[in-house]
Design a protein around this ligand. Structure first.
Ligand SMILES: *[C@@H]1O[C@H](CO)[C@@H](O)[C@H](O)[C@H]1NC(C)=O
Ligand SMILES: *[C@@H]1O[C@H](CO)[C@@H](O)[C@H](O)[C@H]1NC(C)=O
Ligand SMILES: *[C@@H]1O[C@H](CO)[C@@H](O)[C@H](O)[C@H]1NC(C)=O
Length: 516
């Protein structure tokens, strides 16, 4: 009887939680961006919702509740851009922006995605914030809550869309590797970079709006809705999910509709290692060094000489070395294993792993924080140099420059990290703090998406800052009014005093004159 009651209760609970249908658009053709998207999709599927996922890397196995829109056509765009060559300067950013625009345009020329926007029935849409403001059109045409995912911590351009920009005076921008608190020059540089970005964005607005119109107006017409003006659509963000955690990214005050979900892409249940690797790692009593430069950056970009020199360094240490490398290497030292694919999470989870040599991409750093492994960073581009610097300052990393003769530096850094356990201890400590969460980040995702849907846009969580024009937010009008008032008081007081002065003295004179 009791069992039946329980069963009845469970059925009620399961059936009363209504499943929603969410459109997730993540067309950026890179494996790490795709993992970010997959994390969101998995969180929503896990909560029982239906998901339609536009992805350049469609999974091979079908999943219940998941529909796929194949946007693998964008992969050809990724091959046109060489990340090794992209620098953190204005031309570099302009190039990334063109790349992002190309992705938006190309993905929305794919009939299946067009059809989804024209006739799909969704309760919310999630897109990735990636230099692509024109994608505000998804929310505007579907007329459902628009949710953004940011793969990095909150940057001022994103802050400017949902809230007042408050971080610029206190937190270094991604391209400014400064310590906190910043000194005068670092703050000056921060303001200059931000102003340049803001002006660039302003000047680009008409172009972005034109792109938005040209792509989404036909889709809106086909759906039978009127397309709102670009700025109305852009500032209509319901929620922002940010891939950050205060243990690594600088803590900052955030509007309640910005939700930090750092680490959400990590599967809480680490898959087991393949048998051979498990045996190898178990038997490496001296410890293991894991080396992987991620997915964008192929190790095969390393010259023959650099590879040889790195192999010599690895051969000279007693630890086992696992190297994720896309090509076969000959004459390997006995302690070095090279494979084109490695189960990264499962390796990092093994207690014998002592150091992870990485390019310092945010996802890899979050994984090392989760598993508590110190890193030797070899940053190349984008946010990697500032991630590496931050990790070094935080005490769980060393960093060396990416260059053809980096093997020498690698040897010094590696020997230091393997002989001094302060990095390891710090990584274990941070891992404990990082893992101590009230709610797993995947739960936060499904909860907030539900809130946005059920409150028709989470207006109650949105910052009110943007209801005020900039001069009101920065008190320009109030300060001007107070200055004017002071000026008025001063002028009146001067007049009155002058009058009194002349009437008293002048009067005296007159009397004196009369008397004389
Ligand atoms: C973007 O597309 C244009 C035109 O199709 C092309 O000329 C340009 O090289 C592309 N840029 C990037 C960075 O993908
Ligand atoms: C270990 O490294 C830390 C951080 O670089 C340093 O402060 C400490 O002095 C080192 N300890 C030894 C014994 O070298
Ligand atoms: C703003 O978003 C809400 C849902 O969050 C949507 O219903 C509404 O149509 C959107 N308005 C504009 C102008 O895009």
């Amino acid at each position: 009887m009791r069992c039946l009651g329980l069963l009845f209760f469970l059925v009620c609970v399961v059936t009363s939680a209504r499943a929603y249908h969410v459109l997730c658009v993540f067309p950026v053709p890179s494996r790490s961006h795709n993992s970010l998207g997959k994390g969101v999709v998995d969180a929503l599927l896990g909560a029982g919702h239906e998901v339609t996922w536009a992805t350049p890397f469609p999974p091979k196995e079908p999943t219940k509740g998941l529909k796929i829109i194949d946007v693998s056509a964008t992969i050809s765009l990724g091959q046109m851009i060489d990340m090794h060559q992209v620098r953190n300067d204005i031309p570099g950013i302009v190039k990334i922006k063109t790349f992002a625009t190309n992705i938006t345009r190309l993905s929305l020329s794919i009939p299946a995605l067009q059809q989804a926007v024209i006739s799909g029935k969704y309760d919310a849409v999630v897109t990735e914030s990636f230099f692509n403001d024109a994608e505000a059109g998804y929310g505007a045409v579907l007329q459902v809550p628009w949710i953004m995912l940011s793969g990095v911590s909150v940057m001022p351009p994103l802050e400017a869309i949902v809230d007042e920009v408050r971080s610029v005076t206190t937190i270094p921008l991604m391209f400014n590797n400064a310590p906190i608190p910043m000194g005068f020059w670092d703050r000056l540089i921060n303001i200059i970079i931000y102003s340049a970005m803001a002006i660039f964005q302003r000047l680009n607005r008409p172009k972005t709006a034109a792109l938005y119109e040209s792509i989404f107006a036909p889709l809106a017409a086909a759906r039978g809705v009127t397309l709102p003006p670009f700025e109305e659509a852009l500032y209509n963000v319901s929620l922002v999910f940010v891939n950050s955690h205060p243990v690594f990214t600088p803590p900052m005050s955030l509007s309640p509709n910005i939700v930090e979900i750092g680490g959400y892409h990590i599967n809480p249940e680490t898959p087991p290692l393949p048998k051979d690797l498990q045996q190898l790692l178990d038997s490496s009593s001296q410890g293991v060094v894991y080396f992987s430069m991620g997915s964008v950056l192929k190790s095969s970009r390393l010259s023959e000489r650099t590879r040889r020199e790195i192999l010599e360094v690895f051969g000279s240490i007693p630890q086992t070395v696992l190297w994720k490398f896309e090509e076969e290497l000959k004459d390997l030292p006995k302690n070095v294993i090279v494979r084109s694919w490695m189960p990264q999470s499962s390796i990092l989870a093994h207690p014998n792993v002592k150091v992870f040599i990485t390019h310092g991409g945010l996802l890899s750093i979050l994984e090392t924080l989760h598993y508590g492994v110190p890193i030797l960073a070899v940053p190349v581009f984008g946010d990697q140099p500032s991630n590496a610097d931050r990790a070094v300052r935080s005490g769980f990393a060393k960093s060396i420059q990416y260059k053809p003769d980096m093997a020498k530096d690698m040897k010094v850094a590696l020997n230091d990290m393997l002989s001094n356990d302060s990095y390891y201890k710090r990584a274990r400590y941070l891992s404990k703090v990082f893992g101590d969460k009230v709610v797993p980040p995947a739960k936060l995702i499904s909860h907030y998406v539900k809130v946005a849907i059920e409150t028709k846009g989470a207006y109650h969580l949105r910052s009110k800052s943007l209801l005020y024009p900039w001069y009101q937010r920065w008190l320009v009008d109030i300060i001007a009014a107070l200055l004017l008032a002071c000026l008025a008081v001063y002028v009146v007081a001067r007049r009155v005093l002058c009058y009194l002065w002349t009437s008293v003295n002048g009067g005296d004179n007159k009397i004196k004159v009369k008397k004389n």
